[in-house]
Design a protein around this ligand. Structure first.
Ligand code: ADP
Ligand code: MG
Length: 341
């Protein structure tokens, strides 16, 4: 945890490099704030006259979304749906449900919003970790079938066809939140800003001097050297890795990204997947999905959908695979391989 927080601070310092208050011109005034929500530290930075107002609105939107989407808070809309098996949803939750079902279909079930019963079996929501019996996993698998989620888009309502089915937006909620903050920034006249929601970065415009943002991507080993640095404008840069949340039992590491085909933590050659896209929700969903797919399937998926996103993947033998759309904007000291479209 300590390493993660330090890593985050370094990342923030890097991102804001050169924009210390005393350096900036009058018209370059920026404001920053920190929020703890969705079980992570978030930093929001906006430039311009309306920065304060925009940040206040963004902060209350984050809290609103956390209250609606958190599975851990028994009063949240999603927690109530999970305990009742049916319910009417707010626009936010219904949008996320539709979007997550869509990403699930596109990724052939590698992303699965119905994964929650398996997350519970492993103890991730409560942090009371446990390696479940194979028989328990097998018994829970029928609850993951998204074909048994009935949605009514006229009324924004949903019901599960099997008792015990539960939704989990943990793999997508921060991406949605970052999209919503970008919207608030724009509505409030902000043309330049950067936010970091626990390692998920989203940039608005360029820096005020017109140069690109430099986003450091966290190294799975947690040390100070980045996996690499990306120079971009107007993009979400969202990373999933098995190093983020995990526990160890009898010398084996069990992490929080589950392969829905097996019910066990995804186990392939990948250590981390970063998605770069205009669409934060898609980026978040795909970072989880491509991590589950493994290298070959992820490369094929990129080639079939390269108009929607770019990808940076690090394998367990420390090779960084970078897709063509961002290869010129990315630098790393690791061995790098190009993924052509
Ligand atoms: P993080 O939340 O650490 O940034 P991810 O975006 O990859 O990382 O989300 C992981 C979370 O997504 C898990 O904690 C769990 O709530 C949920 N999840 C785990 N496996 C899957 C999956 N295969 N499909 C959809 N959601 C998943
Ligand atoms: Mg994700």
């Amino acid at each position: 945890m300590k390493v993660k927080v330090i890593g985050l601070l370094i990342l923030i310092m890097c991102i804001c490099g050169g924009c210390k208050a005393q350096d900036v011109q009058q018209e370059d005034t920026f404001k920053s704030c920190e929020v703890f929500a969705m079980d992570t530290y978030m930093t929001l930075t906006a430039y311009g006259e309306n920065a304060n107002g925009a940040l206040e609105k963004a902060e209350s939107r984050i809290k609103e979304l956390d209250d609606k989407l958190s599975t851990g808070n028994a009063d949240s809309e999603i927690a109530l749906l999970n305990s009742n098996g049916s319910g009417k949803l707010s626009k936010d939750s219904f949008y996320l449900l539709e979007k997550s079902l869509d990403i699930s279909k596109k990724t052939d079930g590698a992303f699965l919003p119905t994964i929650y019963p398996i997350m519970e079996a492993w103890g991730f929501p409560t942090k009371e970790f446990n390696v479940p019996d194979a028989s328990l996993i097998k018994n829970l698998m029928p609850l993951l079938d998204i074909g048994k989620v009935d949605i009514d888009s006229q009324n924004d309502s949903v019901s599960f066809r099997e008792e015990g089915m539960k939704l989990d937006f943990g793999g997508i909620a921060k991406g949605y939140t970052s999209d919503e903050i970008m919207k608030i920034f724009k509505e409030n006249g902000i043309e330049s800003g950067i936010i970091n929601l626990g390692g998920n970065v989203h940039t608005l415009g360029t820096k005020t001097d017109g140069s690109l943002w430099k986003v450091g991507i966290q190294n799975p080993y947690g040390d100070e050297e980045y996996l690499g640095v990306l120079e971009i404008a107007d993009k979400a840069v969202i990373t999933s890795g098995g190093y983020e949340r995990f526990f160890e039992k009898d010398g084996i590491i069990y992490h929080h990204i589950i392969d829905p085909a097996t019910g066990y933590p995804a186990d392939n050659e990948l250590q981390s997947v970063t998605i770069v896209s205009n669409d934060g929700v898609l980026a978040d969903g795909l970072s989880t999905a491509l991590f589950v797919m493994g290298l070959d399937k992820a490369i094929k998926f990129y080639r079939d959908n390269s108009e929607d996103f770019d990808v940076i993947m690090m394998t367990k033998d420390d090779v960084v695979y970078v897709s063509e759309g961002v290869s010129d904007s990315f630098s790393t000291s690791f061995d790098m391989k190009l993924i052509e479209r």
